[in-house]
Design a protein around this ligand. Structure first.
Ligand SMILES: C[S@@+](CC[C@H](N)C(=O)[O-])C[C@H]1O[C@@H](n2cnc3c(N)ncnc32)[C@H](O)[C@@H]1O
Length: 235
């Protein structure tokens, strides 16, 4: 009974309009419906061990609200703003950055890169065939020895998150995070989307703080995360 009570997600209403703007799922898993840049600016230095994210790539994806076709300079300046905050608040920053933005991110001096190889990926490549890899870039401290710099997983549609237009493949994302940090660790995802990082952290018994600006995605992500966090007793 007590465990049930503690596991019940705690909703925090915003002060002004009584709109729910954060959800505490217990065991250190919390999601905010907020603009990550504004929120990150209020956080302390090195509050997190790992910031891992899959930001909007500015490739014209149809998000519910986010404009994924910003003028290039505006996009790059926006990325630099939140990226600098990530470097400040987290010991390690790891990102999937999209094929098109590789040059921009390489100029920001990543310390390491691994290749996420998805042999069954079938999205078109500019070479005329299929693009079966994604670069994953690292900045800051290496938390763990990484045995191999090719990370190979088959991916699949995320049926439970199909209301979002680009959810990461949960089993792969979980495996990637597990490869990067040991518990206990505090993990941050400023672009939470459908909640994949939150669920991966829950499964790996890591603490998680996330932000998602879009109210519809936020609500659906909360429901999805709850589906996992309410299944298990306290750890
Ligand atoms: C590429 S998606 C992340 C998908 C996520 N990895 C998943 O597995 O579902 C990027 C997300 O960032 C959100 N977003 C865009 N601008 C934001 C901002 N300023 N603060 C927080 N979230 C933002 C978008 O609404 C979108 O859901």
């Amino acid at each position: 009974m007590e465990a049930e009570k503690l596991n019940k997600p705690q909703e925090q209403p915003c002060n002004i309009h009584d709109v729910v703007c954060s959800m505490d799922f217990g065991n250190g898993i919390i999601l905010y419906n907020d603009d990550c840049l504004q929120a990150l600016r209020k956080l302390n230095d090195k509050q997190f061990n790992l910031a891992i994210t899959d930001p909007p790539y500015n490739v014209g994806r149809l998000y519910n609200e986010h404009d994924d076709e910003m003028p290039l300079l505006e996009y790059e300046n926006w990325c630099k703003d939140w990226f600098n905050e990530l470097l400040r608040v987290s010991e390690t920053v790891v990102m999937t950055i999209g094929y098109k933005n590789l040059k921009f991110w390489m100029n920001l001096d990543p310390k390491h890169m691994i290749i996420w190889h998805k042999p069954n990926q079938n999205s078109p490549s500019p070479l005329g065939g299929f693009n079966a890899y994604e670069p994953v870039l690292f900045w800051g401290k290496l938390q763990k020895r990484i045995g191999h710099d090719i990370f190979k997983t088959n991916i699949a549609m995320q049926e439970e998150a199909k209301w979002h237009n680009c959810p990461k493949h949960l089993p792969s994302w979980t495996k990637l995070i597990d490869m990067l940090v040991d518990k206990p660790a505090k993990v941050l995802d400023p672009f939470t989307g459908s909640g994949t990082t939150a669920i991966a952290c829950h499964n790996l018994k890591l603490e998680f703080t996330g932000y998602e600006l879009d109210a519809m995605y936020y609500k659906k992500a909360c429901k999805r995360i709850k589906g996992y966090t309410s299944q298990m007793a306290l750890w």
